[in-house]
Ligand binder design. Structure first.
Ligand SMILES: [Zn+2]
Length: 919
C-alpha cells in the first residue's frame, strides 16, 4: 500500500521518534511449541498466530455475501475448511477471529457450536474438531459504515449511487468475516456476492459466472412467485444456501449474483471486493482492467490510457527483472473515492485512491510521475507482499521498502530521461532523515507482539528509511547480485511467507558477501549516522594533508556505528573526482585522485547512495551557497540544497539565510521538482522558523516573486508550481487580491485552467487569512461547486475559519460524528490547524493528545500521524512544546503511541530551538 499523495500543502515537515527496545529476534521462535490461549485474547497476539500457523494448513474460505443497499450490515454465509496438524497434545481447540459482527448459526463438522463472540474471537471446541479436514459453517452479519469499519460505504452525492468496498490491512478482515486473521495462514478464497443487478463486483479473481434473477425482486416477491418461490428460484439458479436470498425484500430492484473463481493462496489482508455501479473504462486487450464510479466516467477516460500503459509496461519490466511471471490470473485497478491510502495491493485487484489518479488540481509533470510511482509501487507488491508475504507485520518493511524502491527502479528503466534517482532522493530521504533523528524512531524491523498494534508500524520508517537503506544495499552488493538475490528469494518463497533474514540469506548466497553485520546495524538498530568531512588547505592552496577525513557519529547519541558505503564528490572548480569509500569505524580517510590540490568543496553523499545526515563543512558550505545557481548537475544541486536545509533544521544555519538564498536563486531554477522543494522549505521557514518581524520583511518578496513567475515563466509546470507558491505564501492585501482576481477570472495563469480543488485551495487560504471577503467567497464557491467533492472541500475550507466556535464544532465532530467520512476529517485537519492560528488551536492540543487511544482504535492506518502532525504541527511556541512533553511525562500510553508523539514533537522542538538560536 501507499500513503496517499497529499494535496499540495506547504506545511512543515514532520518527524518523530523515540525509544524502542531492541527486538527480540523472532527467529527460532517457530520451532518451540506454543499454546492456544485458554481465554479469548485481546487482539491477535503473535503467540496465538504462531500457534495457529503450526496447527493449521490447507485453509479455504467459501464466502457468500448479500448486500442490501443502505443497510448498516452485510449478510454472509461462510464455509471454512482447514486441516489440523497432528500434535502430541491431541486435538486442540482453535480461536477464530471475528469482531463487531453477529453470528446467527455456527456448526463445526455438522455439529452445532456456540455462536458467542468473546473478545473478538469465537471458540471452535476441541471435541468437535478432527485431525483431517474440518468444515465450519457460519451465518453472520458484518458492519458496513461510511467510516471506521472494514467494509466501507461511499455514497456518491453527484448521482446518488452507492458503492461498497473492503479494506482489511493490517488487521480488519476479522471485522468482515470469521477468519484466522494473520498473514502467514494463506488461504484460498472462493467468493460470491449478491447485490443489485446493475452493480459490478470486482475481486481478486475474475467472475466465473454472473446470474440475475429473472424479474425485479419486488415483482417476484409479490406476484407470480411469492416470497418462498422467489427464494427457490434464486437458490436454484445459483445453487447455494437459502441465506443468500434472505435480504431480497420488497424495496429492492433486480438482484444479481457474481461468483468468482477460487484464488491462489493469499493472506486475509489481501482478500478484497468492491461493489457498486463501477464502470470499466478503456477496456483494451493487453492492458489491465481499470474501474471508476460512473459519475467520474468521462473524466477518467482522459486519464485511463496513461494509467494502464505504465502499469502494462511495469508488468513486463518487473516480470523480467524478477524472472517471475505476473503471479495472479488477472490484474485490475479500481479507483475508490476517499480511499484511506494512495493504493492497496489486493492480489490481482489493486484499489487506488481516486483523487491520486484523477487529478483534482491542475497537474504538473511531476504530479504525473508521482502517479506512475504510485501505480508501480502497488504493482511491485503483486510480487513483493502478495506472491511472497511477510510472516508477520514486524517485517512490514520487506513489502513496503521494496515496493517503494522497485517503483523508482522500474520508472528509471521505463523513463530513463526523468532523473528518477533525484526524485527518489527528494521523495524518500527527507522524510526518512526527519523521523530517524527523533526519539520516536524505531528500527526498520519493528517488534509487534499483537496485531492490534500493527497500524503503528506504518510510517516513514517503512516507506522512506527502508527504501533508502535498500538503495544502499544495492550499492553494497552491486546491482546484478542485488537482482539475483531478489530472484532467488521470490522463487524460494512463492505463494508462501518469508522473513527478512530469508532475504539476507538469498543476497549473501549470490553476492558471497557476509551481510549479517550490515543487517544488524541497518535493519535491527534504530537511528542513523551523521557524516562529517574534514580537510584544510595551506596558504599556497594545497591540501595540508593529502587525505580527506570522514567521520560518523550517532545522531541520537546512542553510540551506534554503521557500515557505510558512499561516493564522495571533491570539486576543484573545473574538474571533480568521485571516490567510493566504505567504512564501519568512527573515522576513515581517503586520498583524492588529484593528489594535494586544494578542493573548492566536498560533499560526502554524491548521487545519494548512502543513508545518513551529510552536512557541508563550513568552507564547502560557503562556496556552495555562492555557486548553487550556476551548477549544471541538477541531481547534485538538489542534494546540496537538501544538505543546506538539514543545516537549518539542526540550527547550524540561519533560516533567514536560507530564505534569502532561495529568493536569489529561485528565479532561475527551472527544475520543477527542485523548485517545489525549495519553495516548500522557504514557506516553512517563513511560517515556523523566523520571527514575525523577519517574516513581515521577507514574505512580500516571496509573494512578488511567486506572482511574477506564475505569469511569466516559460514553462507551464513552473507556472503551476508558482501559482501554488503564491497561494501558500499570500498574506498581504496585495497577494490576497491577486488570489481573489484568480477566482473571479480577472487574473489567469497563462495556459492553465484552474481545477475545482485549485479554487477551493484559494478559498481555504483566504478564509484562513481572515480576508474580509472570505465569508462571501466561501458562500459563492459552495454555490458554484455543489458536487460531492465540492461539499468535502467546502468542509475543509471552512475548518480554517479563525474563530473559536468553528474550532469547537469541528473538534466535536472529529471525535463524535461517526457519519463524517474519514477523508473529510483528515483533509480538514490542516485547515483547522493553520499556521497563523496557533492561539485558537492551542486549547485543542491537550484534548487531541487525550483522544489518541480512540484515534488508534477507530481510524485507518495513516490517520494517527495526520492527526498528530496537524495538532502538534500547528504550534510553534515553547508553551505548546512544554505541554506535549508534560503529557508524555504524565500520561499512561501504549508504547507505540508514545513513540508517535515523540516522532512528531521533534519538529516542534526544532522550531523552538531554531527560533531561540536565531532571534
Ligand atoms: Zn505499499
Amino acid at each position: 500500500m501507499n500513503r496517499r499523495n497529499r494535496r499540495d500543502r506547504t506545511k512543515s515537515p514532520q518527524s518523530v521518534f523515540a525509544v524502542l527496545l531492541f527486538l527480540v529476534a523472532a527467529i527460532g521462535f517457530a520451532q518451540q511449541p506454543t499454546n492456544v490461549p485458554s481465554v479469548a485474547p485481546a487482539g491477535i497476539p503473535r503467540d496465538l498466530a504462531r500457534f495457529r500457523a503450526q496447527q493449521l494448513k490447507d485453509v479455504r474460505y467459501q464466502l457468500s455475501y448479500t448486500i442490501t443497499p443502505k443497510a448498516d450490515f452485510i449478510s454472509g454465509h461462510e464455509e471454512l475448511r482447514f486441516v489440523q496438524n497432528p500434535d502430541d497434545r491431541g486435538i486442540l481447540p482453535e480461536w477464530l477471529d471475528f469482531r463487531e459482527g453477529q453470528i446467527s448459526s455456527l456448526t463445526v463438522n455438522d455439529q452445532p457450536a456456540s455462536t458467542e463472540i468473546q473478545n473478538g474471537h469465537v471458540e471452535l471446541p476441541a471435541k468437535l474438531l478432527k485431525l483431517d479436514e474440518n468444515v465450519v459453517v457460519i451465518d453472520f452479519k458484518a458492519p458496513v459504515a461510511p467510516a471506521g469499519k472494514a467494509i466501507t460505504r461511499f455514497e456518491d452525492k453527484d448521482d446518488g449511487s452507492e458503492y461498497i468496498y473492503t479494506l482489511f490491512v493490517p488487521m480488519d478482515a476479522d471485522m468482515a468475516f470469521p477468519c484466522f486473521d494473520q498473514p502467514d495462514l494463506k488461504a484460498k478464497f472462493k467468493l460470491s456476492v449478491t447485490g443489485p443487478a446493475d452493480w459490478n463486483v470486482i475481486s481478486n479473481t475474475s467472475p466465473q459466472s454472473r446470474e440475475t434473477a429473472g424479474a425485479k425482486a419486488p415483482d417476484l416477491l409479490k406476484t407470480s412467485y411469492g416470497p418462498a418461490k422467489a427464494r427457490a428460484l434464486i437458490r436454484t439458479s445459483v445453487g447455494e444456501n437459502l441465506s443468500q436470498t434472505q435480504t431480497l425484500s420488497g424495496e429492492q430492484s433486480r438482484m444479481g449474483k457474481t461468483i468468482f473463481a477460487e484464488t491462489q493462496p493469499i493472506p486475509t489482508y489481501l482478500f478484497a471486493f468492491a461493489a457498486g455501479p463501477f464502470q470499466k473504462i478503456h477496456d483494451t486487450p493487453g492492458l489491465p482492467g481499470l474501474y471508476v464510479r460512473k459519475s467520474k466516467l468521462q473524466k477518467a477516460e482522459a486519464e485511463a490510457e496513461a494509467v494502464q500503459q505504465i502499469t502494462a509496461d511495469g508488468i513486463k519490466y518487473l516480470s523480467d527483472y524478477f524472472a517471475q511471471p505476473f503471479p495472479f490470473p488477472k490484474y485490475d485497478m479500481v479507483m475508490i473515492p476517499g480511499f484511506a491510502y494512495g493504493g492497496m495491493e489486493h492480489a490481482g485487484a489493486t484499489f487506488l485512491r481516486e483523487e491520486s489518479i484523477l487529478f483534482r488540481t491542475a497537474p504538473t509533470h511531476s504530479d504525473r510521475l508521482n502517479r506512475d510511482i504510485l501505480l508501480l509501487h502497488e504493482l511491485t507488491h503483486q510480487w513483493f507482499g502478495d506472491l511472497v508475504t511477510m510472516r508477520w507485520f514486524d517485517d512490514l518493511w520487506l513489502k513496503e521498502g521494496f515496493a517503494q524502491y522497485m517503483a523508482y527502479h522500474a520508472l528509471n528503466a521505463l523513463k530513463p530521461n526523468e532523473n528518477v534517482w533525484k526524485r527518489f532522493y527528494q521523495a524518500i530521504k527527507p522524510a526518512a532523515y526527519a523521523i530517524d533523528s527523533t526519539q520516536g524512531t524505531t528500527p526498520i524491523y519493528q517488534d509487534i507482539p499483537n496485531l492490534k498494534d500493527a497500524k503503528s508500524a506504518y510510517g516513514a520508517i517503512v516507506y522512506s528509511k527502508a527504501p533508502g537503506v535498500i538503495k544502499q544495499l544495492a550499492f553494497v552488493t552491486g546491482e546484478d547480485h542485488f537482482r539475483d538475490g531478489l530472484r532467488l528469494y521470490l522463487k524460494e518463497h512463492a505463494y508462501s511467507n518469508a522473513e527478512w533474514n530469508d532475504l539476507v540469506k538469498a543476497l549473501e548466497g549470490v553476492s558471497k558477501k557476509p551481510l549479517g553485520t550490515w543487517a544488524d546495524a541497518w535493519i535491527k538498530r534504530r537511528g542513523m549516522p551523521q557524516v562529517d568531512v574534514a580537510w584544510s588547505c595551506g596558504v599556497k592552496g594545497e591540501l595540508t594533508s593529502t587525505r580527506i577525513a570522514l567521520s560518523q557519529k550517532d545522531v541520537l547519541d546512542e553510540g551506534g556505528l554503521w557500515p557505510i558505503a558512499t561516493k564522495v564528490l571533491v570539486n576543484y572548480g573545473k574538474t571533480a573526482t568521485e571516490t567510493r569509500v566504505e567504512w564501519n569505524t568512527a573515522k576513515t580517510e581517503f586520498i583524492t585522485g588529484k593528489g594535494g590540490e586544494c578542493p573548492r568543496y566536498v560533499f560526502a553523499n554524491y548521487q545519494d547512495e548512502a543513508y545518513g545526515r551529510f552536512l557541508l563543512d563550513p568552507v564547502s558550505r560557503k562556496v556552495v551557497m555562492a555557486e548553487l545557481g550556476s551548477m549544471n548537475d541538477v541531481f547534485e544541486r538538489t542534494l546540496l540544497w537538501g544538505s543546506l536545509w538539514d543545516s537549518v533544521r539542526v540550527a547550524e544555519m540561519d533560516p533567514r539565510e536560507y530564505i534569502e538564498l532561495a529568493l536569489k536563486n529561485l528565479p532561475t531554477e527551472q527544475d520543477e521538482s527542485l523548485a517545489q522543494s525549495i519553495i516548500g522549505r522557504t514557506i516553512t521557514a517563513l511560517h515556523r522558523y523566523v520571527s514575525p518581524e523577519t517574516r513581515t520583511q521577507l514574505a512580500p518578496k516571496m509573494e512578488t516573486l511567486a506572482a511574477d513567475q506564475m505569469l511569466q515563466s516559460p514553462s507551464q509546470d513552473m507556472r503551476i508550481t508558482w501559482f501554488r507558491a503564491l497561494r501558500g505564501v499570500a498574506e498581504t492585501e496585495k497577494a490576497r487580491g491577486q488570489l481573489k482576481d484568480m477566482l473571479s477570472g480577472k487574473l489567469t495563469v497563462p495556459g492553465v485552467e484552474l481545477r475545482p480543488l485549485d479554487r477551493w485551495n484559494i478559498v481555504e487560504a483566504l478564509v484562513a487569512q481572515n480576508d474580509p471577503d472570505a465569508p462571501a467567497i466561501l458562500a459563492a464557491e459552495e454555490k458554484r461547486d455543489p458536487s460531492g467533492d465540492g461539499r468535502k472541500y467546502a468542509y475543509m475550507a471552512a475548518a480554517a475559519r479563525p474563530d473559536a466556535a468553528t474550532k469547537k464544532q469541528y473538534f466535536d465532530e472529529y471525535l463524535h460524528d461517526s457519519t463524517r467520512p474519514e477523508d473529510w476529517i483528515e483533509l480538514s485537519l490542516g485547515s483547522f490547524n493553520w499556521w497563523n492560528q496557533s492561539d485558537l488551536t492551542l486549547p485543542y492540543l491537550g484534548p487531541a493528545l487525550d483522544a489518541l487511544p480512540q484515534v488508534k482504535r477507530e481510524r485507518k492506518i495513516f490517520f494517527m500521524l495526520a492527526w498528530l502532525n496537524a495538532f502538534i504541527g500547528g504550534q510553534q511556541s515553547a508553551a505548546a512544546q512544554k505541554q506535549v512533553h508534560d503529557f508524555l511525562n504524565s500520561a499512561t500510553l501504549d508504547k507505540d503511541l508514545r513513540l508517535k508523539i515523540l516522532e512528531v514533537v521533534d519538529e516542534l522542538d526544532r522550531t523552538v530551538k531554531i527560533r531561540e538560536t536565531y532571534k
